[in-house]
Write a protein that binds this ligand. Structure first.
Ligand code: GLA
Length: 385
């Protein structure tokens, strides 16, 4: 039984006096390859994690939403008949989701719920996208609106960019809504086509949390987004996804060196994702690992979203037993790296990372061995607590 599901249900019963009608879950994600490409309409290959947000929920007869967060030990109330306010903190996500669903004319019903999650926050594992997705799934259930994962992902992305103010791409919300257990998803972020790619057998995807978090991530992120837009404008493309390295070289005189490097990352990263899909399908794990390493260098040198801790972590990983490749994952500036490791060497790999990273950064990393999970789901309450 999932511990968080147990906790939210138990807390619901204590707080609201009887059982919830159901439990909603939406997962975080780790991206294997294809970083900072989604908002240029490019390719990504994330997988959904077992780590997720859970909400124990019961519909109400009125237009109120009452939500208690176990993680923040804090409650919030929203009146669905009044316009939402911008608030700081976790309530912002609920208000943003209500705002976007009302913009889309969803006939929302009230509910009460208790939520908690185990997606590490600010770590580049999409805790906020998971929360938005869980909230949209909850509204869909209580308001009896059929669940359409791609539409939900687009709405969650809109809440994040237009309400919360981070002009993110679609990757995080899409994988949280559409994830498939045992698989990574190869996503074309222009038309949202999704193909399932089985993870390499006898290999493990391992998340390495540097435990560094950098402030101002949002402003750096938005800046990268604008730089990509500017580069595509100069290259005469509606999306950078349509540019090639020859286009870039043909226009190199009109692009400042910084914009050239940003565009080069996006163009080469898209190519790497296509190669990675083929490598995974062909069982060429060595090549997949090489592509991950190349991706890290490009993010570090051309897109400039790594930090010392991520670079050291990747170095530690590459010198650890059984590692085929490693790279930073997510928006960057801190957070997590991801490594591909042969399953039989996992224990040695983990020990080596702990020792190496502690020596280099005087920090204890958090290490998560991934089992790819399904996207957002609805569950019956647990019968025995
Ligand atoms: C964040 C954003 C995503 C994506 C990644 C970088 O997670 O939410 O849309 O751009 O950064 O790949």
């Amino acid at each position: 039984m999932n511990k968080i599901a147990f906790n939210v249900q138990q807390a619901f019963e204590t707080r609201f006096g009887s059982r919830p009608t159901h439990l909603i879950r939406a997962p975080g994600r780790v991206n294997l390859i294809g970083e900072h490409t989604d908002y240029s309409g490019g390719f990504v290959m994330p997988l959904a994690l077992e780590q997720a947000h859970w909400i124990a929920v019961r519909p109400r007869n009125d237009q109120a939403v009452i939500l208690h967060s176990l993680d923040y030990d804090d409650s919030t109330k929203v009146n669905l008949t009044q316009p939402q306010l911008h608030l700081k903190g976790w309530q912002e996500y609920l208000n943003g989701v209500v705002w976007v669903l009302q913009e889309e004319n969803w006939p929302l019903s009230g509910w009460e719920g208790v939520m908690a999650g185990d997606v590490p926050q600010g770590a580049g594992l999409s805790s906020s996208a998971a929360l938005e997705t869980a909230l949209i799934r909850t509204f869909a259930e209580v308001s009896e609106i059929s669940w359409k994962p791609k539409i939900a992902a687009k709405l969650a992305q809109r809440a994040e960019s237009e309400w919360v103010g981070v002009s993110c791409g679609i990757m995080d919300q899409l994988i949280s809504a559409c994830g498939v257990s045992g698989h990574a998803l190869f996503i074309d972020c222009r038309n949202l086509d999704i193909q399932q790619v089985p993870l390499p057998e006898r290999h493990r995807v391992i998340i390495l949390d540097t435990k560094t978090r950098r402030g101002l991530v949002d402003s750096h992120y938005n800046e990268r987004h604008s730089q990509c837009k500017e580069a595509s404008r100069i290259l005469g493309k509606s999306l950078l996804r349509d540019a090639t390295l020859s286009d870039l070289d043909a226009q190199s005189a009109s692009l400042k060196p910084l914009l050239y490097r940003r565009a080069k990352h996006v163009i080469t990263e898209n190519e790497r994702v296509l190669q990675a899909v083929n490598a995974m399908r062909a069982g060429d794990h060595q090549f997949l690992g090489q592509l991950m390493q190349d991706s890290h260098k490009s993010l570090r040198d051309d897109f400039e979203v790594s930090n010392t801790a991520l670079d050291e972590m990747v170095e530690c990983a590459l010198s650890a037993p059984g590692c085929l490749g490693a790279r930073m994952t997510g928006a960057g500036f801190g957070g997590c790296a991801v490594a591909l490791v042969t399953a039989e060497k996992e224990g040695d790999f983990v020990n080596s990372i702990r020792e190496c990273y502690l020596k280099k950064m005087s920090l204890q990393p958090q290490i998560i061995s991934c089992t790819p999970a399904d996207g957002a789901s609805r569950h019956d309450p647990l019968t025995e607590l």
